[in-house]
Design a protein around this ligand. Structure first.
Ligand SMILES: [Zn+2]
Length: 311
């Protein structure tokens, strides 16, 4: 499966190991390590061997070996699919009723459905359904799930993951035991980075802000941070340099770039930051609307120069 859990998160397994209820709700920022913890909980509740110091799975029994191979028959992960409307990629993510009931999955979006998955007896000890993005559960899907959470077939365990507790339906929250997954100290991330064979990178560690998942694949994050740095310098140097820098951005634009850009102007005065954020949102809207990318990036360069008072 993945690397061992960082110590502060592994320590949470002490609580989950003795958990006898039907549903856990893990909250914490994106990429802080919620999914890795959920997987460790699922392994823990299926392990047939001798537990570790925190009650964690042994890593050696048949269940643990299946887990390590990514082929654990008793674990189902459900996450939202980005819904599309009128040819435009919508930002709203949704876990539809089709994720729960096969008969309602007209578009065949999900390979395995929660209801059908739970009809089958566990191969090892306990079937575990991980819902990553509980705040994106549609009302219908949540209602169907609640019935299963209240009377889980074969003692199944639900693990809900959410970034923002307030965005989760109260009916889910009230039926779950809550556990918050905290960001890790910088020193721990720095050490993990170096142990992973990478060079120390204080900027990357500051950007990660305790989210271990950001360091799982550091290269694209570092590239985005480098692009953001190049853009900052370009903006300061003049219009032509700014346009050149956004041209580079356009070529390499990826999922990390928006956050890397916001990080690069985090120290600017609030009114400048607000205008820069607005320029970034306008760029993202334009790209989602399939506007001409090169024109959109040029407008972005101009708006940023204005935002920071260079023009
Ligand atoms: Zn085991």
């Amino acid at each position: 499966m993945s690397a061992p859990l960082p110590e502060p998160h592994a320590a949470l397994l002490e609580q989950t190991g003795t958990f006898g209820g039907n549903a856990l709700l893990l909250t914490g920022p994106a990429r802080v390590g919620k999914r890795a913890l959920a997987q460790a909980v699922a392994a823990q509740h299926n392990c047939q061997g001798a537990r570790g110091p925190y009650g964690e799975a042994c890593g050696a029994c048949a269940a643990c070996r299946a887990h390590a191979a990514g082929a654990h028959p008793d674990i189902l992960l459900i996450e939202p699919r980005a819904t599309t409307t009128t040819g435009k990629a919508a930002r709203r993510k949704l876990i539809p009723i089709g994720a729960i009931l096969e008969a309602r999955d007209k578009g065949r979006e999900y390979d395995t459905h929660v209801f059908e998955f739970l009809e089958v007896r566990p191969t090892f000890r306990r079937r575990v359904v991980i819902v990553d993005g509980a705040e994106h559960l549609g009302q219908e899907a949540a209602n169907a799930l609640l019935k299963l959470v209240e009377e889980p077939p074969h003692r199944a365990l639900f693990v809900f993951l959410a970034e923002d507790l307030r965005a989760v339906l109260p009916t889910i929250v009230s039926r779950s035991a809550r556990l918050s997954v905290s960001p890790l100290p910088d020193a721990l991330l720095e050490r993990a980075l170096v142990l992973g064979g990478a060079a120390p990178d204080p900027t990357l560690v500051a950007f990660a802000a305790g989210r271990a998942g950001v360091l799982a694949d550091p290269a694209p994050v570092q590239a985005a941070l480098e692009d953001a740095r190049t853009l900052s310098q370009g903006l300061e140097r003049g219009l032509l340099s700014a346009l050149e820098a956004t041209e580079g951005l356009e070529k390499r634009w990826g999922p990390w770039h928006p956050e890397a850009l916001r990080f690069s102007w985090r120290a600017a005065p609030p009114h400048e930051r607000a205008r820069a954020d607005a320029a970034l949102s306008a760029l993202q809207d334009a790209l989602e609307a399939y506007a001409s990318p090169s024109l959109s990036f040029q407008v972005f360069a101009l708006s940023l120069r204005e935002a920071f008072g260079y023009s």
